[in-house]
Ligand binder design. Structure first.
Ligand SMILES: Cc1cc2nc3c(=O)[nH]c(=O)nc-3n(C[C@H](O)[C@H](O)[C@H](O)COP(=O)(O)O)c2cc1C
Length: 369
């Protein structure tokens, strides 16, 4: 099998990608303590470009010097110094023929480490479910966040807009607004995490307000020609089984809201991208395709190219983003095209930490890097 449909060029927002395969955003906590690009990051990202991916979505990058940082050694793009550090990395990825989209992320109540504050903020003072992630140096429960004031919400929105502008100036091909997986914007979308009585809470449309306002502010900052996408999910890093209570009705409100707010694409992520999003019926990606006119990236368990290609052929999505399988096979597109064997993902790569030093040690023990 050659999986030729995966390797046709296609348009994502304003970008022409050489094929339909992307690297999913993956936090690697390998920046400097001050949030600047670390020495292992550029070669890591370049390997995906040389490995044939159409585009790389970066790990979640924090957006302000208030409450956005989620992890120790997470990169940021909150000032000129951090932004300047991205320039060379971005150049290197582009020279390898791939596009690079920076994911902008505010951790909100899921922050495990923030060098700017010991407190966390969220839509409401609701303790997040689950435990902090140890492979990002967390431990124990998440603290209960303080409710964000409207002024703090406006500051967070400005953080996204200013960071998007800095990413554009650093040469990125686009930005992706992280509104998935339990982080701040998803906390606002989520019924139990958002108990606000104001314009940012209550009904599902009101709960999309923060994501809408971020998309609009980012669009104002970067202009019409720059690609701005949005990532959405049901499940969360701290609540894997979560489902949107209103099912397809919620999907309709959410997907239509992001389209109306100027998103160029929707990136959906599920444990198994091709599975029914609700009790039965279409996948989440297919709902996004059916409910909007936007290109859709599907993610979740698509390292098997047969499943990935099938989703494209069935018009459930336009692009696929590969996560863990891309980490073990950084030239996944080249290998798939040549029909060569690929290594299965091995959790050992993240032990003890999901950082690049651990991954490089894993590969060098196997003489593969
Ligand atoms: C180590 C690691 C870090 C991740 N970091 C992020 C992130 O920064 N932003 C994000 O949206 N998703 C993140 N994810 C989720 C992935 O983008 C993807 O949704 C998930 O791995 C499922 O896709 P897969 O089955 O192809 O691995 C991360 C996943 C892993 C394994």
């Amino acid at each position: 099998m050659t999986y030729s449909q995966l390797f046709e060029s296609a348009k994502l927002g304003k970008l022409e990608l050489r094929n339909r395969t992307l690297v999913a955003p993956m936090t690697r906590v390998s920046a400097s303590a001050s949030g600047c690009v670390g020495p292992l990051m550029q070669p890591y990202y370049e390997r995906f470009g040389k490995g044939g991916f159409g585009a790389i979505i970066t790990e979640g990058v924090y957006t302000d010097q208030h409450f956005s940082q989620g992890y120790e050694f997470q990169p940021g793009i909150t000032d000129k110094t951090q932004a300047a550090n991205w320039t060379e990395l971005i150049k290197g990825v582009k020279a390898a023929g791939a596009k690079i989209i920076m994911q902008l992320m505010h951790a909100g109540a899921l922050s495990q480490f923030n060098r700017f504050s010991n407190e966390t903020r969220g839509p409401s003072p609701v303790q997040p479910k689950g435990q902090q992630m140890e492979f990002y140096r967390g431990s124990g429960m998440y603290p209960t966040p303080s409710e964000m004031t409207v002024s703090e919400i406006k500051t967070a929105i400005c953080g996204f807009a200013d960071s998007a502008k800095r990413a554009q100036e650093a040469g990125a091909d686009g930005v992706e607004i992280h509104s998935a997986n339990g982080y701040l914007l998803d906390q606002f979308l989520t019924d139990y995490a958002n108990q606000r009585g104001d314009q940012y809470g209550q009904g599902i449309f009101e709960r999309t307000r923060l994501t809408r306002e971020v998309l609009e502010a980012v669009r104002d900052a970067v202009g019409g020609d720059f690609t701005v996408g949005v990532r959405l999910s049901q499940s969360k890093v701290n609540d894997f089984e979560h489902k949107w209570a209103g099912q397809r009705d919620d999907a309709k409100v959410i997907f239509e809201a992001v389209e109306a707010s100027g998103a160029d694409y929707i990136h959906t992520t599920e444990f198994a991208a091709q599975a029914s999003a609700f009790q039965h019926g279409a996948s989440l990606a297919a709902h996004a395709k059916n409910l909007t006119g936007l290109p859709v990236i599907a993610n979740g368990g698509l390292g098997d190219p047969a499943i990935a290609q099938k989703m494209i052929l069935q018009d459930e999505c336009d692009f696929v983003a590969i996560g863990k399988d891309a980490l073990v096979t950084q030239n996944w597109p080249v290998k798939v095209q040549k029909n060569e064997a690929r290594r299965p993902f091995d959790f050992e790569m993240f032990t003890p930490l999901a950082d690049l030093e651990t991954a490089n040690a894993y590969f060098s023990a196997r003489a593969e890097i």
